[in-house]
Ligand binder design. Structure first.
Ligand SMILES: NC(=O)c1ccc[n+]([C@@H]2O[C@H](COP(=O)([O-])OP(=O)(O)OC[C@H]3O[C@@H](n4cnc5c(N)ncnc54)[C@H](OP(=O)(O)O)[C@@H]3O)[C@@H](O)[C@H]2O)c1
Length: 229
């Protein structure tokens, strides 16, 4: 158990890749706050981890609502005393050509993938500046290279890298901020968007990389975007 006494928030932790991340970090003994909009999923994943000896609390919240984000951050501090790691995993996307995408779809993707990451960083960084911390923003391979039919999603994931690089230069040396850019993962949105294609990664591999960054942060440089494929 290499993360005992660490408190970690995993957004979008109720299903998809986030569920694997929460479970993997739970195995290392971390205190985990699992948050997403769907109560049923976050309760289920918390129960699964706690049955194996973990310490997880589910807190419902929408990353696009600043009041919800404040509520989750405050509840994590109240429950566990501090926040050591934030994994900004919650995400949304659609598969459409740019000219078919509606303004509402554009806003939804940007709100979840960019504003949500912004809100969490905004409210967690001042807390982390007090004692140190680590933020892992889940971008994507599509955040390094524009992918046809994922133009708005790609733009949102490029933006996550921009937030990561700029904020990494704004914070003190005791706060590390990293973007993780996985290639296609055999779960969640990839399976919904590309049911006919084979993914490059399994969700366990992404969770393992997140765990490695949490356990060995010294191996990674703040501001970097790390591709996995
Ligand atoms: N799958 C891939 O191939 C792949 C590859 C590279 C990067 N990624 C990135 O990895 C992350 C997870 O992807 P996934 O494939 O696991 O997606 P997913 O299965 O669609 O899961 C998305 C997660 O985000 C949560 N979420 C969505 N909107 C939210 C909101 N407004 N507030 C709070 N939570 C919200 C969802 O929970 P609720 O709906 O219950 O809120 C869910 O837990 C995303 O950031 C995605 O862009 C995925």
């Amino acid at each position: 158990m290499k993360l005992e006494d660490k408190t970690i928030i995993v957004t979008g932790g109720g299903r998809g890749i986030g569920r694997y991340i929460a479970k993997r970090l739970g195995e290392e003994g971390a205190n985990i706050v699992v948050t997403a909009r769907t109560e049923e999923y976050i309760e289920k994943v918390s129960k699964e981890i706690n049955e194996e000896g973990g310490r997880v609390v589910p807190i419902r919240g929408d990353v696009t609502k600043e009041d919800d984000v404040k509520k989750v951050v405050n509840a994590a501090i109240e429950k566990f005393g501090k926040i050591d790691v934030l994994v900004n995993n919650a995400g949304a996307g659609i598969r459409k050509y740019l000219w078919e995408t509606t303004a509402e779809e554009f806003e939804e993707i940007m709100n979840v993938n960019v504003k949500g990451v912004f809100f969490y960083m905004k409210h967690v960084i001042p807390e982390m500046e007090k004692h140190g911390g680590l933020i892992i923003n889940i971008s994507s391979g599509a955040g390094k290279e524009g992918i046809p039919t994922l133009s708005v999603y790609s733009a949102s994931k490029f933006a996550v890298i921009g937030l990561t690089e700029a904020a990494a230069r704004e914070v003190g040396r005791n706060v590390k901020i990293i973007a993780l850019c996985p290639a296609s993962v055999n779960i969640g949105m990839f399976k919904r968007f590309f049911p006919e294609e084979r993914a490059v990664l399994e969700p366990e591999e992404v969770a393992e990389k997140v765990a490695d960054i949490c356990i060995h942060p010294g191996k990674y440089r703040s501001g970097d975007s790390i591709e996995i494929y």
